[in-house]
Design a protein around this ligand. Sequence first.
Ligand SMILES: Cc1cc2nc3c(=O)[nH]c(=O)nc-3n(C[C@H](O)[C@H](O)[C@H](O)COP(=O)(O)OP(=O)(O)OC[C@H]3O[C@@H](n4cnc5c(N)ncnc54)[C@H](O)[C@@H]3O)c2cc1C
Length: 568
Amino acid sequence: MENYYTADRKFYLENKDLQEIVRDLENDFQDRNAEALHSYAEACTWYDMVLKNAGDICANFIAPRAAAVDEQGPTYRDGLVSWAPETQENMKVLSEAGYLGGTLPRRYGGLNLPVTVNTIIVEMVSQADASLMNLFGLQDIAMTINKFGDETQKTRVLPKFCTGEVSGSMALTEPDAGSDLQAVSLRAIEKDGQWYLDGVKRFITNGCGEVSLVLARSEEGSKGGRGLSLFLYERYRDKNLIVRRIENKHGIHGSPTCELQFNMAKAELVGRRKFGLIKYVMSLMNGARLAVAAQALGIAQAAFDEAMKYANEREQFGHTVVHFPAVYQMLKKMQAEIETTRMLVYQTAWFVDLEDMYERRSQRGEDVRSELKYANAMAGFLTPLTKFTATEMANRAAYDAVQIHGGCGYMKDFPVERLARDARITNIYEGTTQLQVVAAIGGVINNVLAQEWENLQKFNIKELSAEKERVLGFGEQLQAIVSEVTTVKDRDFHDYVANYLVAIASIAYRNVLFLPVAEQFAGKRELFRFFLNESAVRIDYLIARIRMLKKVYGVSIEELKRAFVKGR
Ligand SMILES: Cc1cc2nc3c(=O)[nH]c(=O)nc-3n(C[C@H](O)[C@H](O)[C@H](O)COP(=O)(O)OP(=O)(O)OC[C@H]3O[C@@H](n4cnc5c(N)ncnc54)[C@H](O)[C@@H]3O)c2cc1C
C-alpha cells in the first residue's frame, strides 16, 4: 500500500537534530502521565509511527476522495455552509486519529508535536487534497489562542479544536484591507466591559467555522496598525455573525471562502489591546505562511508524481515520452526544486521550534537572550523566504506537470488539472509573493544568514571541498550585489530588484543546506551537483539582470511605471 511518509521525507526529518527541542517540549522527560514520553529515542519512534499513520491516511483515504471534493465543494443555503460529504469524512478520520491538535499541549488533548513533525503532516495532507489543508491547517488559530489567550479561553476552546468539535477561521481581510492590514476598519466597540464586533470581512477561509480570530479596530478614530486588537469570536456563544456568501473559486474547491457580516457580535479580547496586528497577527500569519509553504510543497510533490507516472505510460513516436530530453528536463528541474524546497521548509520549521523553545526557557527565567534573538531573526527571515520559494516553485511544478500530460493535462480526468488550480492560490493568500519579498528583503540586506555562512565555513567537508568553495562563493556574490544595489539611492530601484535579491538568497541558502547532506550521503551527490550547477547559472543571470537595470535605469527606474498609470 502506498504511504506518503516516503523515504525522502523520513530522511530529511531524521537529518534534523530535534533532541534539545523535544527534551524541552516533553518537560525533560519527567512527566509520568500515561501519554508522556520518557526519552528522545521513544519520542522518535512515536513520531515515526504518527507520521506513518498520517501518510497512510493521506495516501489511501484522503487522496482518493480529492476529485470528488473538488467536483462538489461546500454548499451554502440560508446562511449555512456545509462542507462536501467527503471533506466531512476526511476531517472525521483526521480527528479520530488525533491529528487536529498536532502541536497543542497534551493537557488540551493535543499531540504536543514539534512544529517540524507537524509540518510534514501538513505537507502530506496537502499532497492528498490541498483544500483539506485549509481546514486542517487552521490549527494555527488554536496555536495563537494557546500562545496569547488567557487560561479561561484556552480551556474553553482548545479541547474542542482537538476533538474536531469546532473548526476555526482567521478573519483579517476586508474589502479595503488586503495586503495592507493596517487599513482594517471593522469596529470593535466596548460597552460595559463587553466587546462587540461590527463590520464586514471578506475572503475568509472557513469563516463559517465555530471559532474565529478577528482583527478589528478597537481604538476609535485611530489609523494604522496600532489601533487594532485581536478578538475571539465563538459562534456557539453568539448568533450575530452572518455568512453572506461563499465565493465561487478557481481552485481549493473543498475549502469554503466566506464573506462575513458581524452585527454587534459579542467577542472577547485576546491578549493586550492594540497588539492585535503588530504582535498576535504577525505570529498567526507566520505560522500560516509556513503551513502554506508546506501546502505548496505537497501540491508540487503530487504534481511531480503524476507527471512521472504519465511520462512513463504515454507513448509517442514509438517511445514513452519520458525518453524525450524536453520532458526529462522538466522532471529533473522539478525534482531538484522539490527536494531543495523540502530542505528549506523543514529548516524553517526547525527554527520555529527553536524559537518556541527559547521563548519557553526565557519565560522560565533562563538567560537565553542571544539564542532567542538568533532564532527569532532566522524564523522571521526564513518564513517569508520559504513561502516565496515554495509557492512559486509549486506553480512552476504544476505548470510543467500539465505540460508533460499534453492535452490530457487540460482535462478534469487527470489530477494535474486540479493541482495546477490549487497551486495558484498559494502565492496569493497569507500575503502575496510580493509581500513575502517585502518581508524578506530586510534580512537579505542585513545579512541575517551571516552566521549560517560562517557555520558552513567551519563545517568539515572532505568529499565535496571544491563544491564547498563554490557554495561559499554564492554568499560572497550575494553580499557583493547587495552592496551594489544599496549604493543606488532610490527606493523604487531597491523595490524593483528586491525579488531578484530574495531569489538569489533562496537559491544560495538551499545550497548551504544541501551541501552537508550530499557530503554525508553519496546517494544525494548527483542531485546536489545538478542543483549546484543550475544555481551558479541562475545566480549569475539574476546578478546580470540587476546590473543591467542599474546601468540602464538606476535612479530613474520610476520611468518604467509611466506607461501604466492611469488617473492618480
Ligand atoms: C481563496 C482565498 C482564501 C483566503 N483566506 C483568507 C483567510 O482565511 N483570512 C483572511 O484574512 N484572508 C484570506 N484571504 C485573503 C488574502 O490573504 C488576500 O487576498 C491577500 O492577502 C491579498 O490581498 P488582496 O486580495 O486585497 O490583494 P491586494 O492587496 O489588493 O493586492 C493586489 C496586487 O498588488 C500587490 N501589492 C499590494 N501591496 C503591495 C506592496 N506593498 N508591494 C508590492 N506589491 C503589492 C499584490 O502583490 C497584488 O499583486 C483569502 C483569499 C483567497 C483568494
